[in-house]
Design a protein around this ligand. Structure first.
Ligand code: NAP
Length: 313
């Protein structure tokens, strides 16, 4: 798989990263076996998707840890996270610190490559900066984590205010950003700054329900049209992205959606979450295909360029 450098971390990573969360949680949300989930992680590594993203909240750290046993430690990049709140209140520095140790234990690792504060909302950022960043810096000095990351709560805050605020601080090495063909707003608000600051950028939400389920796409585009956010004139109202599967464009909307993100300047790694080895292999193929034809890109952008109210969840 094509490798890229993850911003200022200097880490070399595959252009596809494996997400152990999302709707699938490596298939655990669909009741798939632990052996199946371990097989997905191992196949991702074989394919060169060497960045594996998990989180306390996904409850997949123990499975990822098992899958990584006996895998040379320098052959993959482990990313995990903990949220900034506990019981709906800001988490204390001590509990956050203890959470990092718990992640290390569940993963069976001595250090974590990228530790993110998970799903931070705008009103939580001041607490993150004042109370949790010092904890992360101390843990970095102790060698328990190597790089600091932050992720947004994209399905609830679709316009990136928190990340734009966080970008004013110089402590973040990696950011996980919601971006897909339905909501391209990070192109104007986030990527110019992450690129200028050489912050490693992980793309989440490349494909969620609306880009893997035609009924969910229709429901979303009907609502956007009713709210006056998009104009479906000239598009198929029942399947507005059908032009993406015309001959010479893409084999599926899902393939097109991954390719759209893969070639966005400012995105280093596109995360793909799945519990299926077949989907994983398809997605690895998609992410190594060339950019979509310009005409298809123009049609996508004409329809969605002004939309920043949805995540495609
Ligand atoms: N705030 C945050 O920090 C945050 C939020 C969201 C996600 N993430 C991270 O980002 C990763 C990726 O998340 P995401 O939001 O991009 O997506 P995601 O929720 O992991 O999933 C993609 C969805 O599409 C399905 N899918 C995948 N490949 C497919 C294919 N080829 N054909 C049809 N369906 C397919 C998957 O189900 P199958 O199992 O059936 O393939 C899954 O339900 C997560 O796993 C997580 O690690 C972080």
């Amino acid at each position: 798989m094509e490798q890229v450098t993850l911003g200022r971390t200097g880490l070399r990573v595959g252009v596809m990263g494996l997400g152990a969360g999302g709707h699938s949680r490596l298939g655990q949300s669909q009741g798939k076996s632990e052996a199946n989930s371990i097989a997905v992680v191992r196949r991702a590594l074989e394919l060169g998707a060497n960045l594996i993203d998990t989180a306390e909240a996904y409850r997949t750290e123990p499975i990822v840890g098992k899958a990584l046993q006996e895998v040379p430690r320098d052959s993959y990049v482990l990313s995990t996270k903990k949220g900034p709140r506990a019981n709906d209140k800001p988490i204390s520095a001590a509990d956050f610190r203890a959470g990092v140790d718990q992640s290390l234990q569940r993963l069976g690792l001595e250090y974590i490559d990228i530790f993110h504060v998970h799903g931070v909302k705008q009103h939580e950022y001041a607490h993150v900066r004042e109370e949790l960043v010092p904890v992360l810096l101390h843990l970095r000095d102790q060698g328990k984590i190597r790089w600091l990351g932050i992720t947004e709560s994209f399905s609830q805050e679709t316009t990136h205010e928190m990340l734009v605020t966080a970008l004013q601080d110089k402590v973040w090495d990696v950011m996980m950003v919601g971006f897909n063909l339905l909501n391209q707003s990070a192109r104007d608000t986030v990527f110019p700054i992450t690129q200028a600051e050489n912050i490693g950028t992980l793309c989440m939400f490349a494909v969620r329900s609306a880009l893997s389920d035609p009924a969910a796409l229709k429901e979303l585009t009907d609502k956007l049209a009713a709210d006056g956010e998009i104009d479906l004139t000239g598009y198929n109202k029942d399947a507005p992205l059908d032009f993406l599967t015309a001959p010479g464009v893409a084999a599926s909307v899902t393939e097109a959606a991954y390719r759209y993100c893969r070639h966005e300047p400012g995105i280093d790694v596109v995360l793909s979450g799945t519990g299926s080895v077949d989907h994983l292999e398809d997605n690895a193929r998609s992410l190594q295909l060339p950019p979509l034809p310009q005409e298809a890109l123009d049609r996508i952008n004409k329809l969605f360029a002004g939309v920043d109210s949805v995540s495609g969840n």
